[in-house]
Design a protein around this ligand. Structure first.
Ligand SMILES: [Zn+2]
Ligand SMILES: [Zn+2]
Length: 426
């Protein structure tokens, strides 16, 4: 075991080795039961993972190259990559070989998991170690059994906030990004899914955690459908190694959002009304037997609209938001088709697939609807092979910059897909 001081104090500067915090205001003193001191420093930044005091040491399993039972391949997957996936997969494979960071910019519904298999296999056949990290527990739980099937002979562990699994030096770790702070020089390659997703996009410690978790000679593969502006710019001016996957696996273009002006909807809500364009569209789609997913800028607005819709006989409908304890069940009801109308906050902007869903955004000019949120929301439509298209309507009272950016990003991907021959005509 390697041993490192948990909080490094040099003169008056402090660094929490676990999370990388070096802000003076985030260190506090308290009486300590470990060392008996009345004033032992601890880090508030990572306290949700357990109190880390200055008298504690962190222990790390040194990374050991596995030399036993080396094999030509560990990959048991027999599926086939689409041409777009093939390009990305080769690029990931090369980046892993060269130990180079790479951004995999793949549109929603392109099948990004499969694009990582060969790169992962490359790490494993060379006796290396890897981690797949996602900010969301649901994603980890979904990925883990899938990856176990794909690499059946590799020891794997899934780590998240309240998981009962313990890290035992497995070569293949699936973990929430939070858990990365537990590792030190442990992985040859870290694959980070949804690198832009809340709450890590604005977390300066993610970068620290990733760097600390990987070997000095290691690299990271960043995966997202919606890199932020800064990363997009770096791709544009050659400062970031990247590969774009502009097309979905079903070879149909991404639905381009339409902007529908609905006037001052706040005023209408005060009169217990919603813009007629919105409920007419919903009425029509539901009568065509399509499920409808309507996004809202805030919970309060969503609940107001829900009660108005109930008066208009739009039943049954459900609402869902991040603090909703029945979130999972409601999403499942929508999947099963027992309800056809689901109102939601941005909580469902990513990670969900509903067959033939039609998507609306109520008050899309709202500031919560960032460029990436709107691109992700649009990516909910047309995901299925049998239903590759669908409405995406931005109901607004004035076009925001984010709306314009999101639409141009989607159009850019469609053009690129066409140019690369990854889309069927029409
Ligand atoms: Zn102490
Ligand atoms: Zn800390």
């Amino acid at each position: 075991m390697q041993q490192v001081k948990a909080i490094q104090i040099n003169e008056n500067k402090k660094l929490c080795f676990r999370c990388g915090n070096n802000q003076e205001t985030l260190f506090f003193k308290s009486p300590c039961s470990h060392c008996g001191s009345e004033e032992c420093w601890y880090c508030r930044n990572c306290i949700i993972m357990g109190k880390m005091t200055a008298c504690a040491n962190l222990f790390f399993l040194p990374s050991v190259m596995s030399t036993s039972h080396q094999r030509d391949t560990y990959l048991a997957w027999k599926g086939e990559l689409s041409p777009g996936q093939r390009v990305a997969s080769d690029k990931v494979h090369q980046a892993v070989k060269d130990r180079e960071n790479l951004l995999l910019w793949a549109v929603a519904g392109s099948g990004k998991t499969e694009m990582m298999f060969e790169g992962m296999n490359e790490v494993l056949v060379n006796g290396g170690r890897l981690c797949v990290a996602s900010p969301r527990v649901d994603v980890c739980l979904e990925l883990f059994p899938r990856l176990q099937e794909v690499f059946p002979d590799v020891d794997m562990v899934c780590l998240y906030g309240d998981s009962t699994d313990v890290y035992n030096g497995e070569r293949f770790v699936v973990a929430t990004t939070h858990q990365l702070v537990r590792f030190y020089e442990a992985f040859d390659v870290v694959f980070i899914d949804e690198v832009d997703a809340f709450p890590y996009a604005k977390d300066p410690f993610l970068e620290y955690a990733v760097k600390k978790a990987q070997l000095r000679t290691g690299c990271s593969i960043f995966i997202t459908a919606t890199p932020d502006r800064k990363w997009q710019k770096e791709c544009g001016n050659g400062k970031r190694n990247f590969v774009k996957v502009p097309a979905r696996y079903h070879r149909k273009s991404l639905p381009v959002p339409q902007k529908i002006w609905v006037g001052n909807w706040k005023k209408e809500l005060q009169k217990q009304k919603i813009p007629s364009k919105i409920h007419q569209w919903m009425r029509q789609k539901l009568s065509e037997d399509c499920p409808v997913l309507l996004f809202f800028p805030e919970i309060k607005v969503m609940l107001e609209v829900a009660s108005i819709l109930e008066h208009l006989n739009f039943e049954p409908l459900l609402t869902v938001h991040s603090a909703d304890p029945e979130r999972k069940e409601k999403v499942q009801q929508m999947r099963d088709g027992t309800i056809r109308l689901l109102l939601t906050t941005t909580i469902l902007e990513r990670g969900v697939t509903f067959t033939n869903v039609q998507v609306g955004v109520f008050g899309s000019e709202g500031r919560i609807f960032t460029e990436s949120a709107l691109v992700q929301i649009s990516g909910r439509a047309g995901r299925k092979f049998d239903y590759p298209s669908g409405d995406v309507l931005f109901f607004h009272n004035g076009v925001s910059k984010n709306m314009a950016l999101a639409i141009s990003q989607i159009k850019m991907m469609n053009q690129l897909g066409k140019r690369q021959g990854l889309l069927d005509e029409n």
